[in-house]
Design a protein around this ligand. Structure first.
Ligand SMILES: C[S@@+](CC[C@H](N)C(=O)[O-])C[C@H]1O[C@@H](n2cnc3c(N)ncnc32)[C@H](O)[C@@H]1O
Length: 189
């Protein structure tokens, strides 16, 4: 089963439960920094983060490989009149997305790891734009049922984005997650 089929079948089951997708807790907590503009939610899933961001004033481009998730988010956006543009795309073929340099005020990635997206994130964010990422990492105490290939190394996001202005960083051993929230530094390092 390929990635698209796998996620479509997960979302089919999840949608039967009729539960509202929720935003990431840390993203919500950091919302005092978030003052609107253009946002990009990569691997958005059912769009909990996208809907939260649209509700606080962002115009959101939401990308995912699952047509089931994108279809759901499209319907929700229309129903709730949210400024979200859901887009089905394979991020491993990201150059076909054609995002321009310095075009987003915020890029969000939660629970999706593709390190080759980092150079694109650094390019498409505007000066002083924010980046939020959270996903699993190789925690010494937490054995998540996720293959190690989808886990960050300890301190990896800090090393990758540490020359930006890091506003929040956490490695939670018990939950096995790593979270970063940073601002593209003025010098564009
Ligand atoms: C664990 S879910 C995370 C969803 C959402 N960001 C969240 O935190 O709830 C991973 C998501 O990545 C998407 N995905 C997997 N491979 C992808 C690819 N190659 N291109 C785009 N999206 C992909 C899946 O469809 C799924 O929605």
């Amino acid at each position: 089963m390929d990635s698209k089929e796998k996620w479509n079948s997960k979302y089919k089951e999840r949608l039967l439960k009729n539960e509202e997708p929720l935003p990431n807790k840390r993203l919500e907590e950091l919302s005092t920094y978030l003052n609107g503009g253009e946002a990009l939610d990569l691997a958005c899933g059912l769009g909990g983060n996208s809907m939260f961001l649209a509700n606080i004033g962002y115009q959101v481009e939401a990308v995912d490989i699952s047509d089931k998730a994108i279809g759901y988010l499209q319907l929700q956006s229309e129903k709730k009149q949210l400024a979200i543009h859901p887009r089905m795309a394979d991020l491993t073929d990201r150059w076909s997305l054609n995002y321009l340099k310095n075009s987003f005020d915020l890029v969000v990635i939660t629970y999706y790891l593709d390190r080759s997206l980092f150079p694109m994130v650094k390019t498409i964010l505007k000066e002083n734009g924010y980046f939020f990422m959270e996903t699993f990492y190789l925690s010494p105490t937490n054995e998540q049922k996720v293959s190690n290939q989808y886990k960050l190394k300890p301190n990896e996001l800090l090393k990758e984005f540490g020359n930006w202005n890091v506003l929040f960083y956490e490695e939670n051993e018990w939950e096995g997650r790593q979270t970063i929230f940073c601002r593209k530094s003025f010098s564009g390092k």
